[in-house]
Design a protein around this ligand. Structure first.
Ligand code: SAM
Ligand code: SF4
Length: 332
């Protein structure tokens, strides 16, 4: 089979692959999962390291994937992570290779990950106050995240980006404090609007902090000017902070959707292709692969899965239904 792009019926082409390596996590962020955790995927249905690398090879070699981001759950709890990164780098010497992580354990692993071929990390951090951090994540581990950030920068995994979600009544008064902290250290902060992807179905449109609110709060303390992002499909609206060089991004998936420019496709830890975070259907590459599908067969299934991508997530549509799987199982 020749290389065929992962194009949907609206003409969007997916070149950015998000690979979830596990649905498990060592934090319990309230907007993501309940305190007791979830019913984790059985080991037998989670892709092996060889299977993950094979599907990435199909994506890169046959389907035009140019960037791979490992996520989860928490990708750093996946035992084979460094080796998966090393093998992915062999598949694509020019691939943009990154992980999204909560940062726990990054202080220990950043150097090895960089040596294996990782380019960048995004670390999730919603507060730099120990108490608020543990209220949100239900674990007292702020110091580990801070150490992880420093190690990532020292290992050359930059620019280090920080993802933050603001929750009404919990950390929504800390936006400026977090931005000042990140700007001082050269970390690029991006605020993400809370999305209806939590396992507990606790999201509500009226409770979420909108992009407008975030900007209004930041503009009390900083002068923000629109900055041009070099990557057209990047979801973050980027602003220079007090004239730069520091920047802040807003990812307003709910109130300012960017579905028309989406270039993503997702692979879950159990080998299902999802053409959107909010997709209601998945395409099962794991079963096909375990039944002996060739690389060309897998590529063909993947192409078909992409064609059905919807025009938008439809969160504001009265008929919107939250996907069956939460963010931690899809791969955020
Ligand atoms: N465990 C890793 C981490 O926290 O970075 C990777 C997976 S996590 C699901 C990926 C990102 O999704 C994190 O930045 C997290 O804050 C964000 N996230 C989780 N649930 C969310 C929700 N309901 N709305 C918006 N972002 C969410
Ligand atoms: Fe874990 Fe990331 Fe979900 Fe927090 S957001 S519980 S760190 S998967």
């Amino acid at each position: 089979m020749q290389t065929s792009p992962l194009q949907d019926k609206y003409g969007r082409v997916a070149t950015d692959l998000r690979v979830s390596l596990t649905d498990r996590c060592n934090l319990r962020c309230t907007y993501c999962m309940p305190a007791e955790g979830l019913d984790w995927l059985p080991d037998s249905s989670v892709l092996t390291d060889d299977e993950v690398v094979r599907l990435i090879r199909v994506g890169v070699g046959l389907l035009g994937i140019r960037a791979v981001r490992f996520t989860g759950g928490e990708p750093l709890v996946r035992r084979g992570l460094t080796d998966i990164i090393r093998r992915t780098r062999e598949v694509g010497p020019d691939l943009e290779l990154s992980i999204t992580t909560n940062g726990l354990g990054l202080a220990r692993t950043a150097q090895a990950l960089a040596q294996a071929g990782l380019n960048r990390v995004n670390v999730s951090l919603d507060s730099i106050r120990a108490e608020t951090f543990s209220d949100i994540t239900r674990r007292n581990r702020l110091h580990d995240v801070v150490a992880g950030l420093e190690a990532a920068r020292a290992a050359g995994l930059g620019p280090v980006k920080i993802n933050a979600v603001l929750l009404r009544g919990t950390n929504d008064d800390q936006a400026s404090e977090l931005l000042a902290w990140c700007a001082e250290r050269g970390y690029e902060l991006r605020f993400i609007e809370q999305m209806p992807l939590d396992a507990q179905h606790g999201w509500s449109r009226s409770q979420m902090i909108t992009a407008d609110e975030i900007l209004e709060r930041l503009e009390r303390d900083f002068v923000l000017t629109a900055a041009v992002d070099p990557r057209g499909s990047a979801p973050a609206e980027l602003f220079l902070v007090d004239g730069g060089p520091a920047t802040v991004g807003i990812i307003a998936a709910v109130t300012r959707p960017f579905c028309g420019d989406c270039d993503r496709v997702r692979l879950t830890a159990d080998g299902q292709v999802r053409n959107c975070l909010f997709a209601r259907e998945e395409s099962d590459l794991r079963t096909a692969m375990r039944r002996g599908a060739t690389d060309d067969d897998l590529a063909e299934r993947w192409v078909i899965a992409m064609r059905g991508k919807r025009a938008g997530h439809g969160i504001d549509d009265p008929t919107f239904l939250q996907p069956d799987r939460p963010m931690s199982a899809i791969g955020g």
